[in-house]
Structure formats: structure tokens, C-alpha cells
Design a protein around this ligand. Structure first.
Ligand code: KMH
Ligand code: ZN
Length: 272
């Protein structure tokens, strides 16, 4: 089994300071949180930017500032979101790709997202994929439903995505695939055999799915984007607290933690 890649999803587009007082919002807060998570064992940081008022933004300059500040602090892999918020337009969502990150997310299908719809028609998906391919950015395919795996494989057939593919199985979003262990097994059994995968369990699904992924040879994403609690009714004190717990459990289970360079190697990202 390879070493474990832990991704810290620090901020997201949906969580507010009212819900989680320790949510990192400004570029310095995000960079400090990324550094803390790096020290706790994370090798990838998944980033959503916010503007000065705390509203989600896909502005390229804001992402560039965050990327620079993270790079000043540590070598963690910077993975901005192209998903943004459900109300961001396609033209806005490509913004962070202009920073030429090592990785970026790419959602390969439309799904319900709470009361909203996360809109990803095939034409948009192909444009994101070709932009990432041109810039040499490794996509992380965000899977909210089984059909999104099939759509990723269509991108491979069209020459817009290289194998092996790295997937993030986002599970437990209200309106999309649930977060039960049988759903995880179903998705993992549906992946091309040479894939790498991580799981992002939403809310109460975060911890049980993470533990199963560690045992199954997958990787793990945690952080305030997905879950703001450490335990039922107990808000987490920081993103790093959630990362530390995963590192501790993995170590107990005999799974070593990957450094950012080891994660680059596992994911086939050229060292820069
Ligand atoms: N905020 C969600 C609507 C991604 O980062 O690529 C989409 C999302 C996926 O978070
Ligand atoms: Zn995200």
C-alpha cells in the first residue's frame, strides 16, 4: 500500500464564520492554516478563495496571492477549486487555473447540492479539462455521483485527460451519493484499476469514510469545507486538528503519511 496522502480542504465556498469561528478566510489566514496542516501531515491543500467581505471569489489575483503566501511557508501541493460556489459562472470558475497550480479540481457532472444544483454540463467539463491539459495541471476528478466516473473516462477517450486518473469521491452531499460504506465500495469498484483516489466525507460521514479509505489503500480529505466538527456537537478548533487525527489513526493502522514530494510521486506530478 502506498503512503497516505492527506488533503486539507480549508475553507470551501459554503461555510461561514458564524458556523465555524476558526474558518480561514483572508490569504494570510488560509496560508497559515495550510502551513499548520502541512506540519500535521497534509500534503495537499484544497483552496477556495474569499473576497474581503468573506464572499467566495474565483478571482485569479486572489488565488495568486494565496498561492504565493502558501509557497513562502511550505512545500504543500496547492490545489485550487474550479468548482467555486454553485452560483459562479463557468467563465469565473476557470480563474484559478491562470496561476498554473500543480493540481486543480475538476467536477465531471451535474448534481443536486443541498437546495441548489452544481451545474457541470459536458461542454464545460471538456473546456476545464483541455485548459488543465494545456497548462500541465494535474486534475483531481471530483465525483459526487457514479456517472461522473464514466464522464471522466470519456475525457480520457477524447484525449483531454491522461491516465492514471486521480479521483476525489465526495460523499454525503445532500442530494448526491450518500456516505455509507457500501457507497464507498461501490464507487471504488467502479474506478479504472490504475486510478488513485481520495475520499471526502461530508459532515458526520467524514471520519468513518476516512478510516475505511485508510484501510482500503485510498487517500483522505478532511477540513472545514467538508466538516466543521471534531465530534458530535463539538466544533473543531482548526483544520489542523482534523488532519492530525487522520495522521494519528493512519499511523496506528500502520499506514505511513506521505510528504508533499511523496504525494507528487504517487500522483505522477513532476517535481517543480
Ligand atoms: N462548492 C461546491 C459547489 C470543487 O472544489 O471543485 C463545489 C466544490 C468542488 O467545492
Ligand atoms: Zn472544493
Amino acid at each position: 500500500m502506498s503512503k497516505l496522502i492527506i488533503t486539507a480542504a480549508l475553507t470551501g465556498a459554503e461555510v461561514t464564520r458564524e458556523q465555524q469561528p476558526n474558518l480561514p478566510i483572508t490569504p494570510d489566514e488560509i496560508a497559515d492554516a495550510a502551513h499548520e496542516c502541512f506540519l500535521a501531515g497534509a500534503s495537499i491543500v484544497h483552496v477556495h478563495a474569499r473576497d474581503d467581505s468573506g464572499k467566495p471569489t474565483q478571482n485569479a489575483e486572489t488565488y495568486q496571492i494565496i498561492k504565493d503566501r502558501i509557497e513562502e511557508r511550505c512545500s504543500i501541493i496547492f490545489q485550487p477549486s474550479t468548482g467555486g460556489a454553485v452560483w459562479h459562472k463557468f467563465e469565473e470558475r476557470v480563474g484559478p487555473l491562470k496561476t498554473n497550480p500543480e493540481m486543480a479540481t475538476l467536477s465531471t457532472g451535474t448534481c443536486n447540492f443541498g437546495k441548489d444544483v452544481f451545474f457541470n454540463p459536458l461542454g464545460h467539463i471538456e473546456k476545464f479539462a483541455s485548459e488543465m491539459k494545456e497548462r500541465g495541471i494535474k486534475p483531481e476528478i471530483e465525483v459526487f455521483e457514479r456517472g461522473m466516473i464514466a464522464n471522466a473516462m470519456r475525457l480520457v477517450k477524447k484525449g483531454l485527460l491522461d491516465s492514471p486518473i486521480h479521483f476525489d469521491l465526495v460523499m454525503g452531499v445532500p442530494g448526491a451519493i450518500p456516505g455509507d460504506v457500501r457507497d464507498l465500495v461501490y464507487l471504488v469498484c467502479s474506478l479504472p484499476s490504475d486510478s488513485t483516489w481520495t475520499v471526502a466525507g461530508i459532515g458526520r460521514f467524514e471520519l468513518p469514510l476516512a478510516v475505511h479509505a485508510i484501510a482500503m489503500g485510498g487517500h483522505v480529505r478532511v477540513g472545514f469545507e467538508d466538516n466543521i466538527y471534531y465530534a458530535k456537537g463539538e466544533p473543531a478548533s482548526s483544520n489542523a486538528q482534523l488532519v492530525s487525527r487522520i495522521a494519528r489513526i493512519a499511523t496506528e493502522l500502520g499506514r505511513e503519511i506521505a510528504t508533499p514530494d511523496e504525494a507528487r510521486q504517487i500522483l505522477g506530478i513532476g517535481a517543480r
